[in-house]
Design a protein around this ligand. Structure first.
Ligand SMILES: Cc1cc2nc3c(=O)[nH]c(=O)nc-3n(C[C@H](O)[C@H](O)[C@H](O)COP(=O)(O)O)c2cc1C
Length: 429
């Protein structure tokens, strides 16, 4: 079988995922608080044989602008939402964003292990190191420096892996005659004493059919890439152009052997925003319409949120310069900087394009044209597949699954059936 593309949908429990006018689109239903919504979307993705769906997360109302104008707010805890998706589906993977900076290992391992077991081995943990002191203060914490946050993430993952490996599945005896319930010798006791994380095993949660949750990561700084190369089985990246995608792809794949990993152990998925029309002109009109709904003030608010720098005092008519961003997302900044240099953008223009997701990029055209663009990015090793972000929900996903997925399947680029029941089995294709 030829190399297969991986497809994951991104959602949020709020008004937008990436495109900041998503909630204003006439066809967007804004039903993110409705349990039925999650079940319906889960079925849409599973019918199309997507590898997974995941919710990005941020745990606070970032600022007054994001509240008033509907920015990237996540109203709900993603873990119970994941259970709704799991109940509505049988094969679809489900990604859950959990910060490695605010919680303790035992609690994360227990919750994610439980979800992984109950979903039949379909959970991915999107490990984020978090970028906001405001979020940290909700937990009574000071945000660590970027490198320290990644050191904590490394320890967190080391500890969680040990916890997830601390019960042999054969431990259950359940011999009613002898009265032996479990074989205690099959539980592994251990102590983990790191600089940031201290815990003890065994964990009470038995392994799921895929052993433990899949690890997903989206860091882009030097330290973030190291962490991703060591742990991530899925990387979610924002890149503006094929050369940028190829550079990121070969950089990460080149780092894997240092950690004893093969290229196929880590799927690099780049974000794209498909806008599909019956003709190219219709698709371009749809694109112009949704992009016209992006609010300038909100665009600057979103960029400030992702960069961890309040940009409101910056000159919007000046070119975007490299700025010292100790806390924010390097990946978000790199895509703005690279597009600004290539296209000569001012800071205001870069913020606007970032908020429209045009930088991510938008793939616009007929179903064939969108499939062609995806095939090109995939075959030229810009990525192993895509994170699909919507301009309207559920419309963008329904358009894509109805019209583009069958073309990718006919071309032998994407599965027609799931290879197994776990997320790790889908990723192994
Ligand atoms: C594409 C992408 C998606 C991300 N999604 C989230 C998210 O949903 N929640 C969150 O707290 N952080 C998110 N982040 C932040 C990263 O996980 C990471 O913590 C942050 O980018 C800092 O690391 P870096 O400087 O190495 O990029 C995302 C970053 C990128 C690039």
């Amino acid at each position: 079988m030829s190399r297969q593309m991986h497809l994951i949908a991104i959602l949020s429990t709020g008004p937008t995922t990436h495109h900041h006018a998503m909630w204003r689109h006439p066809l967007t239903e804004n039903r993110f608080l409705d349990p039925e919504w999650w079940a319906r979307l889960g079925k849409t993705f599973e019918d199309a044989k997507f590898d997974a769906v995941f919710c990005g997360d941020s745990q606070i109302f970032y600022n007054d602008v994001t509240v008033r104008k509907g920015g990237q707010i996540s109203f709900l805890d993603p873990m119970p939402v994941a259970m709704l998706l799991a109940q509505a589906t049988k094969h679809l993977g489900i990604g859950i964003t959990v910060s490695s900076s605010f919680f303790e290992a035992y609690g994360i391992a227990r919750s994610l292990g439980t979800l992984d077991l109950l979903s039949g081995g379909r959970i991915a943990w999107n490990v984020v190191t978090s970028t906001s002191q405001e979020e940290a203060s909700r937990y009574g914490l000071d945000l660590l420096s970027r490198n320290a946050r990644y050191d904590r993430a490394d320890e967190m993952l080391e500890a969680c892996f040990k916890l997830w490996d601390s019960i042999d599945p054969e431990a259950f005896v359940l011999n009613k005659k002898t009265g032996e319930f479990m074989d205690a010798s099959k539980l592994k006791s251990f102590e983990y004493n790191g600089k940031y994380i201290r815990t003890k095993g065994p964990l009470t949660v038995p392994p799921s059919p895929q052993g433990r949750p899949v690890i997903m990561q989206a860091g882009s700084s030097e330290r973030g890439r190291q962490c991703a190369a060591r742990w991530a089985e899925i990387i979610f990246t924002l890149q503006n152009s094929l050369p940028d995608m190829q550079a990121f792809y070969s950089d990460i794949k080149g780092r894997l052997p240092q950690y004893g990993r093969r290229e196929s152990d880590c799927a690099i998925l780049t974000s794209v925003d498909p806008i599909i029309g019956e003709t190219e002109n219709i698709a371009r009109e749809k694109q112009a319409y949704i992009n016209s709904l992006v609010d300038e003030e909100l665009a600057v608010g979103l960029a400030s949120m992702h960069l961890g720098v309040d940009l409101t005092g910056f000159a919007m008519d000046q070119p975007l310069e490299d700025i010292n961003m100790e806390t924010g997302s390097r990946g978000a900044f790199d895509i703005m900087l690279s597009a600004s240099k290539a296209q000569g953008l001012t800071l205001g223009q870069a913020c606007r394009l970032y908020a429209t997701s045009e930088l991510c990029p938008q793939l616009v055209g007929t179903p064939e044209q969108v499939a062609d663009q995806m095939q090109d990015l995939f075959e030229k090793r810009g990525c192993d597949g895509f994170i699909l972000t919507p301009v309207c929900a559920p419309g963008s996903f329904e358009d894509f699954t109805r019209s583009v997925v069958p073309i990718l399947q006919q071309r032998g680029l994407f599965r027609k059936e799931y290879p197994g029941t776990t997320l790790r089995a889908s990723l192994a294709e």
